[in-house]
Write a protein that binds this ligand. Structure first.
Ligand code: HEM
Length: 326
């Protein structure tokens, strides 16, 4: 195995390793970062407005923002941003040559591990107050976490926390552009943005699947699943289940209730969901306050992948709000 991260572990190891960062990702702790996340959201919208009246929303704006947030929580200096972006693209590029840019999943995993091995060593020598130090100096069963497990943990956080969020931001904006009445709802009442963000996660479902292996027999709607059977959990399908959602094929910004499974379910549920939500809410608050109109300015394009991702191009044109500009 090139990586051994929490998403690949079973209990008892899974619980031991997840516990190391669990408190750090809880709402109370994440809220302490809110001011710095708001600043990153503001800088991302600044970056968009600096393009004048049009840009590729995915590549010029939202591919950077979640990466900056991950770098903030792991304490990675800005100079490594481009390198991390390139590795992540290759990692999640699926079968898409445009995203892979000549390297495959194995190259990308090795590059990730190599980079984070350096971070783990650095944090052990110079501990700070970031998540990277927490992981690099943590103990499991009375022994300091090994370099392999620590680097794998970083890979899981950096990879899971990046493209999921940028894909949701881009796919969410496209849904708002294609459903002007929903955009209008948010403009009229910005307090709805948190609900809209949940609907974006349901709508985009950037994680397409994970696998599980059954450990005991279970019967689901007349179908018997046996121990050892491999099961694919198809999140986009669950999130459009007619029995769970009214009008599942409509994007409804203020959908309530919205019991989507875009962040997973059960012991492996997403550790970063509160962080991701705070990040996305901050971004849309900033965007809607500073931009009056947003339209499509070309054909959107999606990454060819069956695992994780979404848009890889979203050309838009926009009009900067006069009040915000003043
Ligand atoms: C819109 C953003 C996000 C979405 C839609 C998302 C979705 C998911 C899903 C579906 C899973 C798998 C759950 C399962 O196997 O049942 C997962 C796991 C995970 N996510 Fe996220 N995620 C997002 C953002 C983040 C962020 C920001 C981070 C961290 C900084 C993160 C870190 C993780 C980790 C470490 C796991 C593995 C958890 C485990 O196996 O116990 N994710 N996420």
């Amino acid at each position: 195995m090139l990586v051994r991260a929490i998403n690949q572990m079973d209990n008892p190891d899974h619980a031991k390793y997840k516990k190391l960062t669990h408190a750090w990702f809880q709402p109370r702790q994440v809220r302490l970062l809110e001011e710095r996340i708001n600043r990153l959201a503001r800088e991302s919208v600044d970056r968009m407005l600096a393009h004048g009246g049009s840009c590729d929303f995915y590549n010029d704006v939202v591919v950077w923002y979640p990466l900056k947030v991950i770098m903030l929580i792991l304490g990675i200096p800005d100079k490594h941003g481009q390198h991390l972006l390139d590795i992540t693209r290759a990692y999640f590029g699926g079968g898409d040559p445009e995203m892979q840019r000549g390297s495959d999943l194995i190259d990308a995993t090795l590059a990730y591990m190599d980079f984070f091995r350096g971070v783990a060593r650095e944090r052990r020598n110079n501990p700070t107050d970031d998540v990277a130090t927490l992981i690099a100096t943590a103990e499991v069963d009375g022994t300091v976490v090994g370099e392999f497990e620590a680097s794998s943990y970083f890979v899981a956080l950096a990879s899971a926390g990046h493209d999921t969020t940028s894909a949701t931001l881009a796919g969410g904006l496209l849904a708002l552009i294609q459903n002007p009445q929903e955009m209008q709802k948010l403009r009229a009442n910005r307090a709805l943005i948190p609900e809209a963000v949940d609907e974006m996660v349901r709508w985009v479902s950037p994680v397409k699947h994970f696998f599980r292996t059954a450990t005991e027999e279970y019967t689901l709607r007349g179908k018997t699943i046996k121990p050892g059977d491999h099961l694919m959990m198809a999140y986009p399908s669950a999130n459009r289940d007619e029995e769970a959602f009214e009008q599942p094929f409509s994007f409804i910004a203020d959908r309530s209730p919205n019991r989507h499974v875009g962040f997973g379910f059960g012991i492996h549920a997403c550790i970063g969901m509160y962080l991701a939500k705070i990040e996305m809410v901050a971004f849309f608050r900033e965007l809607l306050a500073r931009v009056d109109t947003i339209e499509l300015a070309g054909d959107p394009a999606w990454t060819e992948t069956s695992f994780l991702g979404g848009l890889k191009r979203l050309p838009i044109s926009f009009k900067i709000s006069e009040t915000a500009a003043a």
